[in-house]
Write a protein that binds this ligand. Sequence first.
Ligand SMILES: NC(=O)c1ccc[n+]([C@@H]2O[C@H](COP(=O)([O-])OP(=O)(O)OC[C@H]3O[C@@H](n4cnc5c(N)ncnc54)[C@H](OP(=O)(O)O)[C@@H]3O)[C@@H](O)[C@H]2O)c1
Length: 257
Amino acid sequence: MRVLVTGGTGALGREVVTQLRAKGHRARILSRKPGAGADWIQGDLVTGVNLELAVKDIETIVHAASDAAHPRRYNATDVLGTRRLLAMAREAGVRHAVYVSIVGMEGVAYPYYKGKLAAEAVMREGIVPWSILRATQFHTLMETFLGGMSKLPRLATVPFKWQFQPIDAQEVAARLVEVVEAEPAGVLPDFGGPEVRDLKGLAELWLRIRKPDKRLVNLWLPFKFSRQFESGRLLCPEHRDGTVTFEQYLARRYPTP
Ligand SMILES: NC(=O)c1ccc[n+]([C@@H]2O[C@H](COP(=O)([O-])OP(=O)(O)OC[C@H]3O[C@@H](n4cnc5c(N)ncnc54)[C@H](OP(=O)(O)O)[C@@H]3O)[C@@H](O)[C@H]2O)c1
């Protein structure tokens, strides 16, 4: 199958590209950066540059591009960019677009999730036959959070009670390959990691390997989303699909000599 992977350079997208190719599919990457080869299109969801080229002769799109790090660009990238991509895809005769989304986000007042929900709504319009796979937070995101929370000298300040069910991006990618190989299916069952953990426990595991000198202290945040993270709104304990725990992921990523 000929597949376009938007976000094919990201934490999830690169795994999707690797696994699609390993199964004999043709995977084309869309990225804002330059890259080599016929299966790399330098383009941009915000400006629309080269999107037409990106979708040409493509059967299925895995839409994993997003700009979570830049709040001012959520709308332009995730919402308008998704609409722009789907309009081009429809013109090009793409048969299936698969959107990667987030478990439980309608219950959390977190600005990024507003953009993701609006992007899901664009998908549901059916501009192109669609599937949406909602996953829990990736192990890589836990590392991003914990890295950001341990910038102070000697301290890591972490909201102890935030609850997550982190999942390995490789396992999400494997599920996405199955979705690509199937027919458009609308909203798919949630896809969650193997265990629910509070951020204190995850931080202890991470600090032991990455920053053993840091002292872990609780961070209280006066935000609604923080209480919602604590109350487990992002979890799907009835869907423990992944098998790789955060601890196992860390052992794989940072093997001890
Ligand atoms: N991370 C999580 O825990 C998690 C959990 C559930 C669902 N998801 C969803 O899964 C998807 C992938 O997440 P991720 O963590 O892998 O993301 P990521 O590592 O931050 O990668 C984001 C990707 O989006 C691309 N991108 C950003 N702006 C773009 C633009 N204007 N035009 C074209 N490409 C653009 C980037 O490509 P270049 O920089 O190469 O242009 C990059 O490859 C997202 O939709 C996210 O919401 C993530």
